[in-house]
Structure formats: structure tokens, C-alpha cells
Design a binder for this molecule. Sequence first.
Ligand SMILES: *Cc1c(COP(=O)(O)O)cnc(C)c1O
Length: 394
Amino acid sequence: MRIDSLLVKDPHDNRSTPPHILPIYATSSFSFESIEQAIHMFSNIESGHTYSRYANPTVDSVAQKIAQLESYGLDMEATAVMTSSGMSAISTLLMGLLKSGDKVLTQGNLYGGTTELLKGLFSQFGIETVFTSLADPSVVETLLKNDPAIKLVYLETPANPTLACVDIEAISTAAHRHNVWVAIDNTFCTPLLQQPFAFGADFIVHSTTKYLNGHGNSIAGVVLGRDRDLMRSRVWRAMKLAGTNCSPFEAWLTGNGMKTLALRMRQHSENALELAQWLEKHPSVARVNYPGLSSHPDHELAKKQMRQFGGMMSFELKGGFDAGLACMKKIQFCSFAPTLGDVDTLILHPASSSHLHVARDVREANGITDGLIRVSVGIEDVRDIIADLEQAMG
Ligand SMILES: *Cc1c(COP(=O)(O)O)cnc(C)c1O
């Protein structure tokens, strides 16, 4: 071999023993051992890795672990496909399941990006969305009975900003009576706190960017389904053709973060409950929204479908917009960032930031009142979080 050719060749793999930790397979393709193997793989006789948009060993390993978590202890085996973000998990699922003329039934208080995706993008392809409250399953039942174009009920529980919950089991029962699929965004809970497959959901999506990774250093998502064939023929196919595949590096970071998920979720939940109880007694606070509080309207439902109540909460300052702004100006310890689910506490005053340019009536219809503060409670010593809010609200 000439020196210029030597440069082009990949170096010899010097691995003598298997790696202890999952490696990052930074390769776009995989080489065939023989022409027979290539023929078998292209004829689907033999399965294996060919091209990383189709499948990659690092991504597959992490996806498989999330599938094991979502079906843990259940009489089923979930299939998972990782994607490039939470948004691409949602769009891949919708592209795989729906066609022009189909409709989605969902709630008004979804993650903002999801509402925009449905209203602004899928509508361009003839897929319409019906927004309603999913609080009453009989309303859902009536809507499904009267509109056979609805093919999917899409839900989020608990949902921002008031942490209102939806009864997954009741909605799934109603949907299945009409042969309609149920998909749920389980980002806030992770499989440790809530397993939607146990209550009848057909599909689950996560923004793994949030709690599953937990360390705020990757963007990725995952779609899970209970039906392996449907996952292969619809979801995996949509991922492969739309090219919404997850990068092996992002999957690797997610897999790394997930190792401490149990410890983190326990601490997030403990801290959030303690903070919520402290805020409930504070004279400047009008209302605290946390499903773990017995004062929360959906506390009983949350107890039925969640194991712990998680790290997301919000509260309403009596002093309205000015009080919200004043509080944010004084915050020192908590971080001011537009994400959630990281190990550190993140605080947001939507009326003066993410929703500044949204008309007040539109914002209030979605529960985003002037004095509302949203907190993604971290895993720090809770006394530091409380002390920061105490000085900021004082
Ligand atoms: C962040 C988030 C998304 C979108 O996820 P990305 O990873 O940012 O694309 C979807 N749903 C919920 C509930 C989220 O919090």
C-alpha cells in the first residue's frame, strides 16, 4: 500500500477486551463481511447495521434501555426509536401514523412547540387538530363518536403551567372503543414516575433533553410503542425517510445521564414537595400548583397514575406582573434558563419572558397569569432554593 492510501484507510481496531462502558459508534456506515451477507441484509433475511440513519449500535442500546424502563414490570415489551429531539419524536410519530384528512384530538395546554407544530405545520398537510379539555372522558367519547376522522388522541400529563392531570386510563378506554390510538408525552414524569403503557397508552414520546438526560448537555427524543410491527412499519420508517435519527453522541450523553435517573427523580420530587409546602404558607403567594399537594385539584388522579410527583411546579404571586418581575430581578441562586429537568433549579416568569408578546387574554386562557412563576426544582440542598426565593420575594 502506498503512503497516500495508508492515510485513507481506517486505523486497525486495537480492542483486545470488550469495553466496560458503551462506546460512541461515530460511523455513518458499516462494512459487510462478505457479498453473501450484503445480499442477505438487503433482502431482510439477516438483520444488522448498514447505515447510521437506519440504525446505529450506540443509539439502539440507549433506545432499548428506555424501552425496558417504559415496560418495566408490565406484561408487554415496548419498542423504541430515538430521534434528534423531542420535537422530532412527536413529528416522526405523527408522520408515521397519520395521513391527509386525519385529525388529532388534544388538549389546549400542551408544550408550546407541540401546539405550534400541530396548528402551523401539520395543518399544511391536511392534518387538522381539535383542541378540547381532556378532563372529562365523556366529552372525549362524544367527540370521537361524532368525528370518525379523529385517528389519534394526544395528551400530556401533568401539563404546564398548572400541572393539571389527564386520566390516561379513562381516555385510553374511550379511545380504544372507537379504534383510536392514544399517544402521550411523558417528558415531565419519565418512566420512573409514570408508565403510560400500564394505563393503556399505545405510544409514548419523550424529550430526553429534559429529565432522562438530566444534565442539560444534549438534545434528543424517543418514540415508544407497544406494537412492534407498527413501530417498524410506521414509526421507524418515518424516522428513516424523514431523517429524524438521533446522533450517536447525543444518545451516548443521554445513556450516561440516565444512570442516575432514580436518584435524581427522588430528589427532584422531595425538594419540589418541600418547596411547594413552604410556598403555600408564604403571605405573598396566592396559589401553588403542584400535584403532590393535597390542595391540587388533580391530587387523587396524580396519586393513581404517578409514583412520585416530580420536579415541575408553579405558583402565583399576589402582586401580579410587577411582583413577578421584581422576584426575577432578585433571584441569585436559581438559574434563569428556558428549559427544565436539569439537576439545577430553573426559574421562569412566563409573562415577562417566554409569553411577553402573547396577548394577555390568550395567555390567561392557557393559565399563564401575570404573577405566575414556573420552577423546575433541582436536586440541590432544598434550603438553598428556599433561601433564594425567600430573599427574592421579601
Ligand atoms: C422540551 C419539551 C419538548 C420538546 O423537546 P426538544 O427536545 O426541545 O425538542 C416536548 N415536550 C415537552 C413536554 C417538553 O418539555
